[in-house]
Design a binder for this molecule. Structure first.
Ligand SMILES: Nc1ncnc2c1ncn2[C@@H]1O[C@H](COP(=O)(O)OP(=O)(O)O)[C@@H](O)[C@H]1O
Ligand SMILES: [Mg+2]
Length: 282
């Protein structure tokens, strides 16, 4: 297992192993408050200069919102997401979830990454049930729900298959199913479809919106794909190259439900161009 995979596993498992945070009383308003976050890495390699990944990033995320972070590679997107997920220690600035400061993984915040992180010796179904097993919850009770979710993502006939027998897109569907079964209120998705071909990515985007619609869940989505950000989001946080700062937060009021045809419209193209301009690639 690579270093990033082991970190991913630690997060995925740790996220269900801690006590549930207090829920906010009202169903609206701010769910995540990211306040003045900065982060400098000090590489262990001799003579390597410190890397300032993030500089004074603040944003309030509304309950139920689909918000994305878009920016060039290395601008600190994953660093920020991992801080919200409690995987990276927050030293400079603060992040609150339902008014409680984040100091580590929380049961109501779940993550998904570019690599699906499935155990090859476990079936799809038992991979999806793994967090339930880790939390010592009754697997049998959750199995019907796991099957139902796998059906919803189009894997109904593959529950007994092994990850190695699935395509990349199908593996990501299994990974998404595992997150959906955890039923967290905040989903942190770090370039979840970044390794997929364009057609599969578009299909996954449509499916993700379908699963999110009406769920009340909040999604914080990282991508460097501008079209993907504009297609999915309610708001788009455009980040500058490293050190990552917020260039602008753009409101994306394109009508929902969103279909692929939306990409042809001038409104879609205008938003894409605005993001491109902010990123300096127009
Ligand atoms: N653990 C680490 N140690 C040292 N540098 C790191 C570490 N994690 C990230 N960085 C550096 O911080 C910067 C931002 O990284 P990252 O958040 O992964 O960017 P993004 O996800 O936007 O591509 C990069 O320059 C990266 O090399
Ligand atoms: Mg990243």
């Amino acid at each position: 297992m690579t270093q990033s995979e082991s970190r991913v596993e630690a997060g995925a498992v740790g996220a269900v192993a801690v006590e549930a945070p207090a829920r906010s009383q009202n169903g609206t308003g701010t769910i995540l408050s990211i306040q003045n976050i900065s982060k400098t890495f000090y590489p262990k390699t001799r003579n390597s200069a410190p890397v300032t990944a993030l500089q004074d990033v603040s944003v309030e995320v509304a309950r139920g919102e689909f918000i994305s972070l878009v920016g060039p590679s290395g601008c600190g997107k994953s660093t920020l997401l991992n801080m919200v997920g409690g995987l990276i220690k927050i030293q400079d600035g603060k992040i609150f979830h339902n008014g409680t400061q984040i100091t580590g993984p929380r049961e109501d915040i779940g993550m998904m990454f570019q690599s699906p992180v499935l155990f090859p010796w476990r079936t799809v179904l038992s991979n999806v049930l793994l967090p339930i097993e880790m939390a010592h919850k009754p697997i049998k009770k959750y199995e019907p729900q796991a099957r139902e979710i796998l059906g919803r993502v189009g894997l109904g006939e593959f529950v007994k298959h092994y990850p190695g027998e699935l395509s990349g897109g199908m593996q990501q569907r299994a990974s998404l199913s595992r997150l959906l079964l955890q039923d967290v209120e905040v989903m942190l998705l770090d370039e979840p479809f970044g390794a997929l071909d364009e057609f599969t990515r578009e299909a996954m985007n449509i499916d993700l919106l379908r699963l999110w619609a009406g769920s009340g869940k909040t999604i914080l989505f990282v991508t460097h794909n501008i079209h993907e950000a504009v297609f999915l989001s309610d708001r788009i946080c455009v980040m500058t190259p490293r050190p990552g700062q917020l260039a602008e937060v753009i409101q994306d009021d394109l009508p929902r439900p969103r279909e692929i045809g939306l990409m042809k419209t001038p409104e879609f193209q205008d938003l894409v161009f605005r993001v491109r301009t902010l990123l300096g690639v127009a």
